[in-house]
Design a protein around this ligand. Sequence first.
Ligand code: NAP
Ligand code: GCO
Length: 268
Amino acid sequence: MGNFIEKFSLEGKVALVTGASYGIGFAIATAYAEAGATIVFNDIKQELVDKGLASYAEKGIKAHGYVCDVTDENAVAAMVAQITEEVGPIDILVNNAGIIKRIPMVEMSAKDFRQVVDIDLNGPFIVSKAVLPSMMERRKGKIINICSMMSELGRETVSAYAAAKGGLKMLTKNIASEYGEYNIQCNGIGPGYIATPQTAPLREIQPDGSRHPFDQFIVAKTPAARWGNAEDLQGPAVFLASEASDFVNGLILYVDGGILAYIGKQPG
Ligand code: NAP
Ligand code: GCO
C-alpha cells in the first residue's frame, strides 16, 4: 500500500506564484515550500521583490524573485523563459496578483475599470498562456486562479473587480476544458474575506474606536464568525497543486468560512 499522504507532496516541483511578496500569495508560497516546492514569485517593483525575498528568507525559504507586471505580455514571456533557464520549467502556476478599486460604478472611469480587469483577468490569461506550452509538452501541470466571493456575488463599489473575478471563474473552467487532455488541471480558489492589506480599509477602527461597519457586517455574514487568515488558504492551495487533485478540474474551491452557504441572521 503506497503512502497516500505523499500525494500531497510538492517535492521537486517549481511553483510560480504571481504577486507573492506578501498577502495571500506569500502564504500560499510558504505552504508550497513546506510541501517541498521551489518557490518563484514576481512583483511589479524591485523593492517589493527584495522585501519578499527577505520575508521568505526569514522563513528559511530560498525563493526566486522577478520584477514583472503580469499585464505585460512580452515581460511575462521573458520572465517565464528566464525562470525556465534559471530554476526549471514551471509545474505549478498560481495567478494571485490582483488589485481592487472600490468606486461606485457610475463614478468609475473607464480607465480605472480597464486597469482592474487588466490585472485581475487579462493578467491570469497572459501568464497562463505563457506557461501552458511547456506544461502541454511535459503532459502535466497545475494552474490555480485566485478568484473571489465576487466570482459569485456583487456588492456596491466593486463592479470592475466582480466583472474580472467572474471572468476569472470562467477562464478557469475554459482552461480546464481546453487543456485537460494534456493532464493539466486548472482550478480556482475563492477566498472569503481575508485579513490582508487589500481588505485593511474594510477593517479600519472608526474615530470613535468602534469596528468598521463592514467588518461587523462580514463577521455576521460568515458562519465561522470571523475574517479569514491567509493561512486558511494554505491547505486547499496545496491540495489543488498536488497529485491528490489530479482528477479535479474546473473547480472553484470556496474557502469562505461558509459565507456563500448562509442567508444571514435575522436582524435584531
Ligand atoms: P494584496 O495584499 O493587495 O497583494 C496583491 C499582490 O499583487 C501585491 O503583491 C501586488 O503588488 C501584486 N500586484 C498587483 N498588481 C500587479 C501586477 N500588475 N503585476 C504583478 N503583481 C501585481 O492582495 P491579497 O489580499 O493578498 O489578494 C491576493 C489575491 O487574492 C488577489 O487576486 C485578490 O483579488 C484575491 N482575493 C483577496 C481576498 C481578500 O479578502 N484579501 C479575497 C478573495 C480574493 P503591489 O503591492 O506592488 O501592488
Ligand atoms: C471587497 C473585498 C472583497 C475581497 C474578496 C472577497 O471590497 O468586497 O475587497 O472583494 O477582497 O474578493 O472574496
